[in-house]
Design a protein around this ligand. Structure first.
Ligand SMILES: [Fe+2]
Ligand SMILES: [Fe+2]
Length: 272
C-alpha cells in the first residue's frame, strides 16, 4: 500500500517545481539585457527547480516517507528563496528601478503568490496538518479564482490589440472570475454558518463550469499561438503554463466534489 503522504507530496512537488522553473524563465525573459545580476539569479532558480523536478520524478510512491519529508523541507527552502526573489523584483518594478522591463507588476505578484501557496502546501504536508475539507474548499477557491482572474487579464494584455475578438473574450473571462472571486470571499466571510453541504456543493459546481470554459479558451489560445495563427507577445510556454494551472484547479474541484458527495450526514447540518 503506497503511503498517502508520499503520494500527495510527490504530486505537489512534481507539479509546482515545473511551474517554479517556468516562472524563472518568464521572469528572465522580462528583464533588460543590462540586468545581468537579475538574469543570473533567475537562471540559478531555473536550474534549481529543474533539478528538484527531476529528483521528484526519480522517487516513487514506495520511497521511504522520511526521505520524502527531508526532500519536502529542502524544496520548501527553495520555494521560500524564489518567493523572496519575486518580491524583490516586484519592489524594484514598483519603485520604477527597471524601466523598460516587460513583466507586469501583477504578474510578478501573481507568481510570488503561487510560490507562497507551494510553500504552504509543503508545510502542511510535513506537519500533517492539512486543512479540514470545509475550510479547504473555501480557501482553495479564493486562491485559485484570483489566479484564474489574473490569467485572463494577462492574456488580454499580451494579445496583440488587433486581435479584438480574443481580447474581448479575455476581458469577459476576467470579469466573470472577478465576480466569482468576490462571491468566494463573501462565502468565506459567512463562515462557519455558510459551510453547509448544499452551499458548498453549489459553490464548487458553479466555479467548475466557469473554470472548464476558461480552460477550453486557454487551450484554444495555446494551440493558436503554437501554430502561429494569432498575433501576440505570449510565449508558447506561458500559454501552456496557464492552461496546466486551470487543469490543476479542475482536478482540485473534482476532488472536493467527490468528497462532498461521499459525506453521509443530514444535508442541512453545518460541516464542523
Ligand atoms: Fe504560474
Ligand atoms: Fe498562474
Amino acid at each position: 500500500m503506497p503511503d498517502e503522504f508520499v503520494v500527495r507530496s510527490l504530486d505537489e512537488v512534481r507539479f509546482w517545481s515545473r511551474i517554479m522553473k517556468e516562472h524563472s524563465l518568464f521572469l528572465r525573459l522580462g528583464f533588460r539585457c543590462e540586468d545581468t545580476q537579475l538574469i543570473n539569479e533567475a537562471l540559478q532558480f531555473q536550474g534549481l527547480f529543474e533539478d528538484i523536478e527531476r529528483r521528484a520524478h526519480e522517487f516513487t510512491v514506495n520511497t521511504d516517507p522520511q526521505t520524502i519529508r527531508e526532500f519536502n523541507s529542502e524544496v520548501h527552502n527553495a520555494a521560500t528563496h524564489i518567493w523572496a526573489f519575486k518580491r524583490k523584483v516586484l519592489g524594484l518594478i514598483l519603485q520604477c528601478k527597471l524601466p523598460g522591463a516587460t513583466n507586469f507588476p501583477l504578474l510578478v505578484d501573481h507568481v510570488s503568490r503561487e510560490a507562497n501557496y507551494f510553500r504552504n502546501r509543503l508545510e502542511e504536508l510535513n506537519s500533517g496538518t492539512l486543512e479540514p475539507l470545509h475550510d479547504a474548499i473555501i480557501d482553495e477557491n479564493v486562491f485559485f479564482l484570483k489566479i484564474m482572474a489574473d490569467h485572463a487579464k494577462f492574456i488580454g494584455h499580451l494579445l496583440d490589440p488587433s486581435e479584438r475578438k480574443l481580447v474581448e473574450q479575455a476581458r469577459e473571462f476576467s470579469q466573470d472570475f472577478d465576480t466569482l472571486m468576490f462571491q468566494a470571499i463573501d462565502l468565506s466571510s459567512m463562515r462557519p454558518q455558510s459551510q453547509t453541504i448544499p452551499l458548498l456543493s453549489q459553490f464548487v459546481d458553479e466555479n467548475r463550469v466557469s473554470v472548464e470554459s476558461l480552460r477550453d479558451f486557454k487551450k484554444t489560445a495555446r494551440d493558436l499561438i503554437e501554430a502561429c495563427r494569432i498575433k501576440s507577445i505570449i510565449h508558447p510556454l506561458l500559454a501552456d503554463h496557464v492552461f496546466r494551472e486551470a487543469e490543476r484547479f479542475l482536478f482540485i474541484l473534482d476532488m472536493f466534489e467527490r468528497s462532498l458527495s461521499g459525506i453521509k450526514v443530514n444535508k442541512r447540518e453545518i460541516l464542523f
